[in-house]
Structures are given as C-alpha cells and as structure tokens.
Design a protein around this ligand. Structure first.
Ligand SMILES: [Mn+2]
Length: 345
C-alpha cells in the first residue's frame, strides 16, 4: 500500500455557468454545433446533447459532422441518439457557432468554412487548458473532467430536460474522458454528474459495452502491434510505442481507429511519461502524450507544436515513424530526466 496524504476534496458544488454563455445561446436562432476533427466520445456527446436539447428552447441547431470522421465505435452513438449531420455550408445560415471540446480554432471540424466562421460569433466551451479563447464568449474549465460535464451544467442552467438519450450521450463522454472514472480528472463533481446522469436514465451497461468492449478484429490486431512495439527507457519512467502506416493498414485499420491505445505503454508500473507514435496518414505522425503521477506532458507536446491537457496532450509532425521518434524520443528522455525523483516534493 502506498500511503497517500491528501486533503479532503472541497464540497461538491455544481459547476457554475457564466451568465454570458447562457445569454449568448438564448439570444441565438440558428446555432452551428462544431467540434474537433476526428471527434472522440466527449466531442460527439457534447455535440449530440446540444443538438437534441436546443430545439426545446426554440433553437434550430445544425450538427456539423463531416462524413467519414466518426470512428466505428462512435457510429454506434450516432445511431443510438439518431443524430443527423447538417452540411458544413449550413454554418453560413447560423447566427451563433458553439465550438465544443476543441482546443484550437484550426482543429474545428468545419475548417473549409473558416471564412464564414470569422463573421459569426463563436461561443467556445471546452476543458483543454491550452484553449486560446478564440470565441467571442469563452467558457474554458480545465478542472472539468470533460466537455460533457460542462454541457450537462449548461443544459441544466438553460432549463433543458435531460432525457435518457441526452444522459446516455453525456455519460459516454464523461466515462471516456475519465477512462472509466480512473484518471486524475475523476473529481467529486465528475462523479456527481455521473450519478445524476445515471438517475436521468443513462444506458450505462450498453454504452460502455459498445464503447469499451466491442473491438473489431482489426483494432485487436492493432493492439497486438502496439504491445509488440513498446519500448521502455532504462530508468523505466518513459515508455512509448509506434504503429506505422503499413502496420495500421495491414491490421485493417485506419486513422479513425487510433484512439487511446497510448494507455498500453502508459500501463507499465513506474512509467511517468507515455508516448504513442502513429502514422495514421502516410508521412504524418500523430503523437499522444500521457503524464502519470501528476506529470504535465503539455510542455513536451508544445515543444512540437501540439497542445491539450496537462496529463493528456498531442502533437502532429511530418515524417516517418523512424524520423519522428529520432526527433522526439531524445527530447522526451531529457524531459523525463529533468523530472523530480519519485518521493520528493
Ligand atoms: Mn474532452
């Protein structure tokens, strides 16, 4: 047993929603809902929950979800919630854009309509610490487990009904971003929201089976490759793995199947920094960085033009896996060497 000295958490108070965020939504008529490219469950859940709830307030929401960007597992959620995507061009008819869970303006999934975006005000709702506040209104809460947690607070503040379908979506987002309530963003408030979503009728067993225990044979193959390619530094504090474009393709997978496989090298005891290098598109290597035990990997990701959260960040570099690892692993080794030794303050 590791004795952990910590103070009691602050009392659980629901997340306060800034009045200007509610006002911006109340004043709008047609709202484009946008999130980041290759949406994860949190992005999709936030979009879907807003899309389902806003008509009740007399709003016309447009769900911007370009074709071919939703992974197989998340297709289930789209079907379950009956989400119907609008055309990106519909953004032009909107008087408000709600950007959800998107840490950078250029990662918005409606990039081809950025010209239109510049003239339409954006309400920016996110939990990424590095979000540069690109909206006219910005509600950025890095302590929130997920954007789904914020959207839940927002819908409650707007007086929307949390239907079982909305609850299921938001629970999926919360569950995924906390990795099944196991990461250090599993706050008392995240658990409280999880509880309230369960009370509201979230279909927890089914959504968790579909999102976490429904791997295709291809994804299963890919996991094998990632186990096989895992390397660990001599001091055991840095672990990484790789998958080349050819390995991903040979497994029958595509870039949309790359999700949280970085959890594989991260799971080794004593690892403080884990990195997954994947060449989902030929010549482009995406890096997922994870910090364990309170280590912030954000500076490391930012060194390579990326961003994200303190314990979970990403970056993309041009090149092949050998080229990119040759650049990044020495920097990561130096970064880990500079961390304070375990057990010191
Ligand atoms: Mn998120």
């Amino acid at each position: 047993m590791i004795p952990i000295a910590r103070e009691a958490n602050a009392p659980v108070t629901p997340t306060a929603v800034p009045a200007e965020i509610c006002d911006a939504i109340r004043a709008a008529h047609q709202i484009a809902l946008v999130s980041h490219v290759t949406p994860d469950a949190d992005a999709l859940a936030s979009l879907g929950a807003m899309w389902l709830a806003l008509p009740e307030l007399g709003k016309r929401p447009h769900l911007i979800l370009p074709e071919g960007t939703v992974s197989r597992n998340l297709q289930y959620l789209v079907g379950y919630a009956g989400l119907r995507a609008a055309h990106s061009a519909d953004v032009q008819d909107c008087d408000l854009i709600a950007a959800l869970d998107t840490a950078k303006e250029r990662r918005l999934n409606s990039a081809e309509h950025l010209v239109a975006l510049t003239s339409i005000p954006i309400v920016n709702i996110d939990h990424h610490a590095t979000n540069p506040r690109f909206g006219r209104w910005n509600w950025i809460v890095p302590q929130a487990s997920s954007t789904s947690e914020l959207v839940y607070a927002l819908l409650r503040a707007l007086g929307c009904q949390i239907t079982p379908t909305i609850a299921t979506l938001l629970y999926a987002g919360l569950h995924t971003d906390t990795q099944g309530f196991s990461l250090n963003n599993t706050t008392a408030n995240a658990l409280r929201v999880g509880y309230e979503l369960a009370v509201a009728g979230a279909q927890i067993p089914e959504v968790c089976e579909r999102l976490h225990r429904s791997r295709s044979r291809g994804e299963f193959e890919l996991i094998g490759i990632i186990y096989r390619n895992t390397g660990v530094s001599p001091d055991g504090r840095l672990a990484w793995s790789t998958a080349t474009y050819d390995e991903i393709s040979a497994a029958g997978c595509t870039a949309t199947d790359i999700d949280d496989q970085v959890e594989i090298p991260r799971a080794i005891e004593g690892v403080r920094v884990a990195i997954l290098f994947t060449e989902g598109h030929r010549g482009k290597v995406r890096m997922n960085f994870r910090g364990e035990g309170g280590v912030s990997v954000l500076p490391l990701a930012q060194e390579f033009g990326g961003g994200g959260h303190h314990s979970s960040a990403g970056a993309i570099l041009d090149g092949t896996i050998p080229e990119v690892t040759a650049r990044v692993l020495p920097a990561a080794t130096k970064f880990v060497a500079a961390l304070k030794p375990e057990g010191t303050a």
